[in-house]
Write a protein that binds this ligand. Structure first.
Ligand code: NAP
Length: 525
C-alpha cells in the first residue's frame, strides 16, 4: 500500500504542504494526501547514502546482482495494485503499463547478469618491469569504481521504466552507487509503491538502509537541493529541456561540480528515400501515423520530423498519413501540464509562417487529450526558423519537403542533436543513404533503417543518448547496460601490495574475471 510517506532510508516521514495526484483521464484529484519532502529530508537521505557507500560499493558482483534481482521480485510482488495505481495516475492503458513493468523488471535482471560477468570493471593490469632501462616500470592496475551517491529524477512519461526503479536507478545500483530518488509529482502513489519495494529488497539483502531513499514532492527547491548536496556525485534525469538545463546549472555551480546525465528533447528525424517512397509510400504513411500517435506521442523517440524529396510519391505518403490520422481518437496525456504544453506547441506550429496543416486527428472528447497533428513546410523555411525544430511533446510532426538529396543532407546538418534518426530505404537508395549516414551519425545516438524509432530495446548494444540537447552528454546512454558507465570512474593502483588491492585486480583473480593483461584480453575460464 501507499500512504503518502517520504522514505529516508528505512525511516518513514510525513510533512510539508500535502499534494494530491491528478487523474488525467478525469481531472479528478486522488484521495491520498502525499507529503512534500523538505530540504532537510533530502540532506538526511544524502547523509545516509554517503554512510551506505562504503559497504554497498564493496559488495561482490554476486551480492550486488542478488540485490537487483530482489528489487525485481519485490516489484512483481506488489501485484495489480501497481498497475491500477499507475493507470489512474498516468492515464496510460493497462497493456502498456504491464509491458512497462516487464521492462522494468527485465532491465533489473539484465543488469544483474551483467554485473555478475564483471567485464564492466575493465580490470586492466600492466605488471612491473623492474629490468626496464633506463628506468624500471611500476606495477599499474586499473579498475572501475562507483562514483558515490547518485540523485535520480523520475520521468513523467515512463512511471515505471524511467522512474523510481527505472534505468537510472538500476544502472546506479549496478555500478555500486546508493540512490536518492526525487519522485515525480505526476505519479506519487506509483512512485511510493516502487520505493517501498526497493526498501524491502534492501532489508531482505541485509544492506545498509541508506542504499535507497525516496523524496517525493512538487517543488523545484527539492530537486535543486538534491543536485546541490555535496554528497551526491552524479545525477540521472529524464524530462524537459528547461528542467535538465536548470539542474545542469546547479551542478556546474557547486563547489565540486558534478555530471548531470539529462535526457531532454529530441524530434527524431525520419528520412523517406525515393526508392522507399516509390515502393511503399502508402504503407509508410499509415505506419508513420501509428508510430507518431502511439501512447499519445509521449515518447522521447517520437518521430517529430519527416524529411523527403518533393514529388508524386511523397504525395502518396502524405495522403495515406492524412487518412490514417483523420478521425484518429486522441488518448489521454500524462498530466494537465503536458497537455497544455502540447496544445501550445501545436498552435505555434500551425501559426508559423510557411507551415501548412496536412491533417489533424479527431477532436478530443474528454479532458487532457492531445489532438494529433501533422504539418508541412519546405526545408528552407524550416532551416530559417529554429523554433520549428523544438520538440512538441506529443503526437505532432512536421514534414519537410526537399528539392534534392543534397538539400536533405543540408537540412540534417542544420539539426540539433537527436536520440535517433531513421532511414526508410530500398536497395536502390543505397547511394543516397551512404551520402547521408556520415551526417546523421554526427547528429544522433541511434540510426535505424526501415523501422520506426519508438520502442527502445534494453540490451548491451543499445544507445539511448545523443548530442545536445537530446542529452547533456552524448558519450553515453540512459538505456542498456552501457548506462552503468555513467556512474563509474577509473582508479589506477600503482605498486600497491596484492593483499591491499581490490579483488578485481589481485593476482589470484578471486572473482574469476576476464581481464586485460599487458594490453591483451585474458578471458575467464
Ligand atoms: P520536467 O518539468 O522537466 O520535470 C521532471 C522532473 O524534474 C520533476 O521531478 C521536476 O520536479 C524536476 N524539475 C523540473 N525542473 C526543475 C528545476 N528547475 N529545478 C529542480 N527540479 C526540477 O518534466 P515533466 O514534468 O515530465 O514534463 C514537462 C515537459 O517535459 C513535457 O511537456 C515535455 O515537453 C518534456 N518531457 C520530455 C521527455 C522526453 O523524453 N523528451 C519526457 C518527459 C517530459 P518539480 O516539477 O516537482 O520541481
Amino acid at each position: 500500500m501507499f500512504n503518502g510517506a517520504i522514505l529516508v532510508g528505512a525511516n518513514e516521514r510525513t510533512g510539508g504542504e500535502p499534494f494530491h495526484a491528478v487523474h488525467p483521464a478525469t481531472g479528478a484529484k486522488g484521495e491520498v494526501a502525499f507529503s512534500n519532502a523538505s530540504t532537510q529530508d533530502v540532506a538526511d537521505a544524502c547523509a545516509l547514502a554517503e554512510d551506505a557507500f562504503a559497504s554497498f560499493s564493496s559488495l561482490t558482483p554476486d551480492a550486488r546482482a542478488a540485490f537487483l534481482e530482489a528489487v525485481a521480485e519485490q516489484i512483481l510482488a506488489i501485484g495489480d495494485l501497481l498497475i491500477e495505481t499507475a493507470m489512474a495516475e498516468s492515464g496510460l492503458p493497462r497493456p502498456r503499463l504491464e509491458g512497462e513493468r516487464g521492462r522494468t523488471v527485465g532491465q533489473l535482471r539484465l543488469f544483474a547478469s551483467y554485473v555478475r560477468q564483471g567485464d564492466w570493471l575493465e580490470a586492466t593490469i600492466d605488471k612491473a618491469l623492474p629490468e626496464r632501462t633506463p628506468l624500471p616500470r611500476s606495477d599499474l592496475r586499473r579498475v572501475n569504481q562507483p562514483v558515490g551517491p547518485v540523485g535520480v529524477f523520475g520521468a513523467s512519461n515512463f512511471p515505471l521504466a524511467f522512474s523510481v526503479a527505472g534505468g537510472d536507478t538500476a544502472s546506479a545500483f549496478a555500478a555500486g552507487c546508493p540512490v536518492v530518488v526525487k519522485g515525480h509529482p505526476a505519479h506519487p502513489g506509483t512512485g511510493e509503491l516502487v520505493a517501498r519495494a526497493i526498501g524491502a529488497a534492501v532489508k531482505a539483502c541485509g544492506l545498509h538502509e541508506g542504499v535507497f531513499s525516496y523524496v517525493p514532492g512538487t517543488t523545484h527547491e527539492l530537486g535543486g537541493a538534491l543536485v546541490a548536496d555535496p554528497r551526491i556525485k552524479a545525477v540521472g534525469f529524464t524530462g524537459s529541456r528547461g528542467g535538465g538545463l536548470a539542474l545542469m546549472k546547479i551542478a556546474a555551480g557547486r563547489e565540486e561540480p558534478i555530471p548531470v546525465y539529462a535526457e531532454m528533447s529530441s524530434i527524431n528525424p525520419v528520412v523517406l528515400l525515393p526508392g522507399a517512397l516509390a515502393a511503399r509510400g502508402e504503407a509508410m504513411g499509415t505506419a508513420f501515423v501509428g508510430s507518431l500517435t502511439m501512447g499519445s506521442g509521449q515518447f522521447c523517440t517520437n518521430p517529430g520530423l519527416v524529411i523527403a524529396l518533393d514529388g508524386p510519391d511523397l504525395d502518396t505518403f502524405v495522403a495515406a498519413a492524412a487518412t490514417a490520422m483523420t478521425g484518429n481518437q486522441p488518448q489521454v496525456m500524462l498530466t494537465p501540464g503536458i497537455h497544455e504544453a502540447y496544445e501550445k506547441g501545436v498552435a505555434a506550429l500551425a501559426g508559423a509562417p510557411g507551415v501548412t496543416t496536412i491533417a489533424r486527428g479527431a477532436e478530443a472528447e474528454g479532458c487532457n487529450r492531445g489532438q494529433h497533428a501533422f504539418f508541412a513546410a519546405d526545408a528552407a523555411t524550416f532551416r530559417d526558423n529554429a523554433a520549428l525544430a523544438h520538440e512538441v511533446f506529443g503526437s505532432s510532426s512536421i514534414l519537410l519537403k526537399c528539392k534534392s538529396i543534397d538539400e536533405v543532407n543540408e537540412t540534417i546538418a542544420s539539426l540539433e542533436g537527436q536520440l535517433t534518426a531513421t532511414l526508410q530505404m530500398t536497395d536502390s537508395d543505397a547511394d543516397d543513404a551512404a551520402k547521408l549516414l556520415p551526417t546523421l551519425s554526427r547528429k544522433v545516438g541511434r540510426i535505424l533503417t526501415n523501422g520506426w524509432p519508438t520502442g527502445v530495446e534494453v540490451t548491451h548494444a543499445m544507445v539511448h543518448g545523443g548530442p545536445f540537447p537530446s542529452t547533456s552528454d552524448g558519450r553515453t546512454t540512459s538505456v542498456g547496460t552501457l548506462a552503468m558507465m555513467r556512474f563509474l570512474r577509473p582508479v589506477c593502483y600503482q605498486d600497491v601490495p596484492d593483499a591491499l588491492l581490490p579483488a578485481a585486480l589481485q593476482d589470484a583473480n578471486p572473482w574469476g574475471l576476464t581481464r586485460r593483461m599487458e594490453g591483451k584480453l585474458e578471458v575467464a575460464a
